[in-house]
Design a protein around this ligand. Structure first.
Ligand SMILES: Nc1ncnc2c1ncn2[C@@H]1O[C@H](COP(=O)(O)OP(=O)(O)OP(=O)(O)O)[C@@H](O)[C@H]1O
Length: 305
């Protein structure tokens, strides 16, 4: 059966604090230009998964475009696990999104729309973390502490973020963990344990330089202590770390147990509270996402539409 030429746009009207009427109009016009029909679903925060599933079942789209933050993207991605043939397209709504940064998606809406409806797409893995879907980067410790401080603090924007970075660095303690991967079992001190499907945080800081979001594995990255030089290397996007300070272990599953009390935990920028243990598993090739670029530049891409 040919893939129906239909687009579903999922919009979170409150995400990024911007009015979405122009965005909706742009998507409708662009879809029309490509002879697609287009449905728009605006989230309400109530029964959104059930409502979106109904749209997917009633008229299966070739693409689902998402104009929302990480919460909305994860919600839709979770549903698309049952529809592997549907391609996901991301549209910018103001706040930085880690996946968009990682895939080099344009921040300009018209350009992002071109990509979201364009011919190139890439497969990506997902992750299950204590039963919850994660698409990008999750961590215990330092960064989760920062996410918590930023969420609970009042300051916003770059300066607000910088202020919380300093507060977090002064507050944060080293913790002890037992980590089990496909190949290793070890106990170590840690300032942060990252479970990385992707390469970089939404801020552009690369923490997983050799990571590939479509390789069927994720990386466990452990920073065992604060080290200014290693930290500078991370920020500069270096691929060579001092193995005594930063360990990077590719794996398909991992268990991280906190041996010195509970640790702060975050998934894709959402603070999840304190946990004693995280079980992580890769969900290989879970999704397809529309990306920019020529076909020959993108392995794992397929031309379509
Ligand atoms: N119409 C709505 N009114 C109020 N809340 C909504 C509405 N639609 C969705 N939500 C809530 O928005 C949250 C998801 O927000 P989302 O992640 O899309 O945006 P964000 O918070 O601006 O982005 P980020 O998490 O990247 O900062 C969910 O908690 C959901 O319940």
């Amino acid at each position: 059966m040919p893939i129906p030429k239909h687009v579903l746009l999922v919009v979170n009207p409150i995400s990024g604090g911007t009015d979405k009427s122009e965005l909706i109009e742009l998507v409708q016009k662009a879809s029309q230009k490509k002879s697609f029909t287009c449905d728009v679903y605006e989230t309400t925060g109530q029964n959104d998964p059930e409502n979106i599933r109904e749209f997917l079942q009633n008229q299966p789209p070739a693409r689902v475009l998402i104009a929302g933050g990480d919460g909305t993207i994860t919600l839709v991605a979770n549903l698309l696990r049952d529809y592997p043939e549907i391609i996901m397209g991301l549209l910018p709504v103001g706040s930085a999104n880690g996946l968009a940064t990682d895939f080099g998606l344009p921040v300009n809406l018209s350009e992002a729309l071109e990509v979201a409806l364009g011919p190139v797409h890439r497969c990506m893995d997902g992750m299950l973390l204590n039963g919850k879907l994660g698409l990008h980067l999750s961590d215990l410790g330092l960064n989760a502490h920062l996410v918590k401080n930023y969420e609970s603090g009042e300051a916003r924007g770059k300066w607000g973020y910088a202020k919380e970075v300093i507060r977090t660095l002064t507050e944060h303690d080293i913790f002890r963990v037992r980590i089990q991967t496909d190949t290793e079992l070890f106990v170590t001190d840690a300032t942060i344990v990252i479970l990385a499907n992707a390469r970089m945080y939404g801020t552009g800081v690369i923490v997983n330089p050799k990571g590939d979001i479509c390789d069927g594995v994720f990386e466990v990255i452990v920073a065992t202590r604060f080290d200014v030089i290693e930290l500078a290397k991370v920020i500069a996007g270096s691929t060579e770390f001092d193995p005594d300070v930063v360990r990077i272990i590719p794996t398909t599953q991992a268990v991280v147990e906190c041996l010195s009390g509970q640790a702060l935990f975050q998934i894709d920028g959402e603070y999840m509270g304190k946990v004693a243990r995280v079980e992580a598993t890769i969900l290989p090739h879970m999704l397809s996402i529309a990306v920019p670029g020529a076909l020959e530049e993108n392995k794992n891409t397929i031309a379509e539409m």
